[in-house]
Write a protein that binds this ligand. Sequence first.
Ligand code: FAD
Length: 261
Amino acid sequence: MEIIVCIKQVPDSASVKIDPETNTLMRQGVPAIVNPFDMHALEAALQLKEIHGGTITVVTMGPPQATEALRECVALGADKGVLVSDRAFGGSDTLATSYTLASAVRKLGKYDLIICGMQAIDGDTAQVGPSMAEQLEIAQLTFVSKVEINGDTVTVQREQDECYEVVEAKLPLLMTVVRSINDPRFPNVKGIMKAKKAKFDEFGLADLDVDETRLGLKGSPTKVSKIFSPPKRSDTVVIKKDTAKEAVAELITRLKDAKIV
Ligand SMILES: Cc1cc2nc3c(=O)[nH]c(=O)nc-3n(C[C@H](O)[C@H](O)[C@H](O)COP(=O)(O)OP(=O)(O)OC[C@H]3O[C@@H](n4cnc5c(N)ncnc54)[C@H](O)[C@@H]3O)c2cc1C
């Protein structure tokens, strides 16, 4: 089975700051990690490979330093990695990102399954996976928390707000996974040594069969007009008591005093 896993290198969310002048993320000096949802996507691929055999290719679109994210995935067991990188791709919104990634997937040729995380912890839109599926004209199964493959039939459990949904579809398809699907493994020494020496393919503008007007900032129909952190509220009161019962009693007294209840 040929599996492609799309991974995004993201700033460690606890450290993200926003430039108030430009409304963009300040990435300099901020540690980068593989988007946590994508670690679950890779783990799902590794478990499927253990059952069905095949090859796992990780694909990331980003600056040259995103190869470190690919290396991390090879250390965990991915077979190959592709960096999709070019100045022409900079400033892409989700539509331009998914268009570029779908073009990279087409260039890779035959695949059975594409796995994405449910969302990236910086952009948070959860649009890239579904949009890629649409552009590749394949089925999509989103919010997957369990997967089983028999022949070319994929059966998944989809996480909903208050229930699970069981859905079946045929390969090839794209799925996006939620955190509860698995517990990502840790790399072993053999994997780390392999990753150190790994070489990655690089796809730039010249390598992809793309319409240049659909790439990067110019090819992005969405524009970020403002991005900001909500102001910190200074009127928060923490009620500390020995028991929950005492805390609730104190809360009710205060709410009554404030004539809220
Ligand atoms: C006008 C505009 C300008 C922007 N300019 C920039 C910019 O200059 N620099 C910048 O970093 N961001 C920029 N962004 C944000 C950028 O569009 C998103 O970060 C990107 O499209 C992915 O969307 P997301 O983070 O919401 O991913 P989601 O849709 O939440 O991600 C879902 C899944 O898709 C896959 N995925 C997402 N992105 C990638 C990727 N790059 N490679 C491989 N797999 C991926 C992963 O599996 C991920 O778990 C800009 C956005 C807009 C609207």
